[in-house]
Design a protein around this ligand. Structure first.
Ligand SMILES: [Mn+2]
Length: 240
């Protein structure tokens, strides 16, 4: 027997932009000059934090997340990054570029020395897998996340992280059937409700300093990914 309708949350519950408390920075890709892009994003986020705002950054290239992390380092002594991503992004360099999207988490771990929990990873090189095991880095694959139908592994991972968190969402953590408009789609990703579970659990367990949604690269006439990304930003704004 079905009790209740489940219609607990309406579209009106996620209003954004009305409080004046939040500012959304949209960072344009500068693929030919990633360092400038990182600096521009860092300056924008730093100003936003100085104004006591909670920034949400939209990309674009995953590299822009380094800018957000760099800015947060200026303002907070102790924080970590929870990143949702299909890819490990732990390469030292990719196609001759150490600031490629495939190197983002390597830069954040090594250059910024920040603790990281990586959720939804299902694409990684042999070397990346070896590095994860050797360093005992916190990495949850989608199948580990789903273990026993509970979120025990996620809660354990979060318990190992600092109280303050930057939530970094690469849209390719989702299954491509739900979010096809990403730069590097990988099968076997999270569903929308799984992503929301991770988002809400993280927001419940931790203090979110900032968030970003990156690697949005819509296909032609792709209203699906566009709509999903917009909804995701609404959900983020409702918990930040
Ligand atoms: Mn990715």
């Amino acid at each position: 027997m079905i009790s209740g309708t489940g219609l607990d949350e309406t579209d009106d519950d996620c209003e954004t932009g009305t409080s004046g408390m939040r500012r959304i920075w949209i960072c344009e890709d500068q693929l030919d000059d990633p360092v400038s892009m990182i600096e521009a994003a860092s300056a924008a986020v730093s100003q936003s934090v100085s104004e006591k705002r909670t920034p949400i950054v939209l990309g674009g290239e995953h590299t822009v997340s380094i800018g957000t992390a760099t800015a947060l380092c200026e303002h907070y002594d102790d924080f970590g990054i929870v990143t949702l991503d299909a890819h490990a992004d732990l390469r030292h360099e990719y196609e001759g570029n150490s600031f490629s999207h495939a190197c983002t988490l390597r830069r954040i771990r090594e250059d910024l020395q920040l603790p990281v929990a990586q959720i939804g990873v299902r694409s990684y090189s042999r070397q990346e897998a070896a590095d994860i095991k050797e360093n005992m880095w916190i990495v949850l694959t989608p199948w580990k996340l789903r273990e026993d139908g509970e979120y025990d592994a996620l809660l354990e991972a979060l318990s190992l992280m600092p109280e303050n968190i930057f939530l970094n969402i690469d849209l390719d953590v989702l299954d491509p059937s739900e979010a096809p408009g990403v730069g590097n789609p990988e099968p076997g990703g999270l569903g929308w409700y799984e992503l929301l579970d991770v988002l809400y659990i993280t927001a419940q367990e931790k203090n979110l300093l900032a968030a970003d949604v990156v690697e949005f690269l819509p296909l032609e006439n792709d209203r699906v990914t566009l709509r999903l990304a917009a909804r995701l930003v609404e959900k983020l704004a409702s918990v930040l």
